[in-house]
Design a protein. Structure first.
Length: 571
């Protein structure tokens, strides 16, 4: 019988032994004198290749073997000295494969406080350890992804900005010069149009490789746009050094490229700014190099141009595009198309994203890549985005009033919109005016929006108070820190389409995003799904939702209703 303590009752020792055998852990007790086993449950004995009756009376060294004893001898010495010891060990692969175990050694003392034995508790944490490793690897993959371009493997703009800031700080300390080269491919759109986007991607990867191989190890090249690259040159002794590098880059890029069995010829225009002559901050130098690049294009392309104060940062070309864009806004040429979002398991409709397009007077549609960047740079995106949100919410209401069962409405919000203090009031007014419930609206923000905006947490909390959901669009292509995923009330991550259309490890990055989302209890949606095999793969990996041409192209409101919406029950 075993005394139970304060209750005054006794517990049959056989019940304790039965309980120990039922526990999914290895348990044993050893007397300090000779380290002899007094008790071991079935799990402990079997894990060491014994029956429970055989280990009682044997020493630790006899039970686990000489090699294992040497590995744990110091831990045993510490527990007999009165310490509670916890450690992990990796066991060699056997029939069940390699295992990770966690061992607790707890001293047992007599009434005078002397150590008279040690309890051993061993838990198999192999699966838990593997899960932790997977999460850590997912974090590492996403951190790398957030700082590098998925297609070319080059650093992205966020990473470049960090490096340029460090480079300029070092140059200032040592009284050195530096240079920024803005590299833009000439007429790249014609390659995509004539040979297809796959060929365009192959060209970009080869150009990236050539740029990198032309530069020194201390220099850096980053992809910052569709066909735009930035080069940072450290320790530039004189403008002539930048000239020599620019000429090498022009020659390297212009050599013929082999794509799908045919030769492709590409040229580039390069703008150059010098530190400290043209600016002392990364942004100022990049703007100056950008302006110089436009000057190089206007001079006939396939050449380079140094920045000078006579060049307008907006450039004549940008000014012309800006005027055209303003006229388009005045003529209400910006329209919305709608694309379905579906549940990968059921293929049922879960959402509809409103996508902005520019419909020219001739009826042709212009994608956002052609106008969004300039609209944001010139501040026009605020009015355009506000109008788009209002129109999308009104269309949501119109579908509902027509008797359709309408899913969640997803609308993009630009970084410039998100930074504005008036945003919350405008969204609240739009919801009220349109009769749209906050829970029916999902705002898609970029990672950089959250990093650039002051009081981002307060704004997100205010949106959550309205019932609005938050999704991170193009996840993994922006900011390098993931801490905001823990800090902010985010509901969904959207995997950028580029991670589904590249070769090699990029699908691994998509998997990492899915695992990270699951670890943080977030929904995850994959963009740009175009093939059934992609959809099946994503579903197998645990992706919740998808969007892309496989499920439907962006279409106008009337066509979307005809193709994707069903009447609500009773209507």
């Amino acid at each position: 019988m075993v005394d139970s303590g304060a209750s005054g009752k006794a517990v049959d020792a056989s019940l304790l032994f039965a309980l120990a055998d039922a526990v999914p852990a290895a348990i044993a007790y050893f007397e300090s004198a000779g380290l002899t086993c007094v008790f071991a449950n079935r799990e402990y004995a079997q894990s060491n290749g014994w029956r429970a009756s055989e280990v009682v009376g044997k020493t630790v060294r006899e039970i686990i073997g000489e090699a294992a004893w040497i590995a744990i001898e110091d831990h045993v010495r510490r527990v007999l000295g009165g310490e509670t010891v916890r450690y992990t060990r990796e066991l060699k692969a056997g029939e069940g494969g390699a295992r990770i175990i966690e061992v607790h050694l707890v001293p047992r003392r007599d009434v005078e406080g002397a150590v008279v034995g040690a309890f051993v508790l061993i838990t198999d944490i192999t699966r838990h350890h593997a899960a932790e490793q997977a999460v850590r690897q997912a974090h590492a993959d996403i951190e790398h992804l957030a700082r590098h371009d998925a297609l070319t493997g080059l650093p992205n703009r966020a990473f470049l900005n960090e490096r340029v800031a460090d480079m300029l700080s070092l140059a200032k300390r040592h009284g050195e010069s530096a240079a920024i080269l803005f590299v833009d491919l000439d007429n790249f759109k014609s390659i995509n149009d004539s040979l297809g986007h796959h060929a365009g991607d192959e060209v970009l990867k080869e150009v990236a490789l050539r740029l990198r191989e032309t530069l020194r190890d201390i220099d850096m090249v980053a992809r910052v746009g569709g066909d735009e690259f930035l080069v940072a040159l450290a320790d530039v002794g004189a403008p002539g050094d930048a000239t020599r590098v620019a000429n090498k880059l022009l020659a390297s890029v212009s050599a013929p490229l082999a794509v799908d069995g045919q030769s492709v010829y590409v040229t580039t225009s390069i703008g150059i700014s010098l530190y400290p002559r043209d600016g002392e901050a990364p942004d100022a130098l990049i703007r100056a190099a950008d302006a110089a690049m436009y000057a190089a294009k206007q001079s006939g392309r396939n050449n380079f141009h140094f920045y000078s104060p006579s060049l307008s940062p907006a450039s004549n070309l940008s000014a012309a595009r800006q005027a055209t864009l303003r006229e388009a806004a005045l003529r209400d040429e910006f329209v919305l198309l709608y694309q379905p979002q579906v549940d990968l398991a059921t293929r049922g409709l879960t959402g509809v994203e409103a996508l902005l397009r520019w419909k020219r007077a001739d009826g042709s549609l212009v994608g956002p890549a052609e106008f969004l960047e300039l609209a944001e740079a010139r501040g026009m995106i605020v009015a355009i985005g506000r109008r788009a949100l209002a129109d999308a919410c009104r269309q949501h209401r119109a579908w509902r009033e027509a008797g359709y069962a309408v899913p969640t409405l997803a609308v993009n919000v630009s970084a410039l919109q998100f930074r504005r203090d008036a945003l919350i009031g405008e969204i609240a007014h739009t919801l009220t005016e349109s009769g749209t419930a906050g829970a029916d609206l999902e705002l898609e923000l970029t990672e950089s929006s959250l990093m650039d905006a002051a009081a981002a947490g307060e704004k997100l909390a205010a949106l959550r108070a309205l019932g609005v959901r938050i999704a991170i669009d193009d996840f993994g292509t922006g900011y390098s820190s993931l801490s905001y995923l823990h800090r902010y009330p985010i509901d969904k991550l959207k995997i950028d389409r580029s991670f589904l259309h590249q070769e090699g490890g990029d699908m691994a990055i998509a998997i990492a995003v899915i695992r990270l989302a699951k670890a943080l209890n977030l929904k995850v949606l994959a963009e740009g799904v175009e093939a059934e095999a992609q959809a099946r793969f994503l579903m197998e990996q645990g992706c919740d939702e998808a969007q892309g041409y496989l499920f439907g192209a962006p279409v106008d409101a009337q066509e979307f209703a005809a193709r994707h919406l069903v009447r609500a029950p009773g209507r």
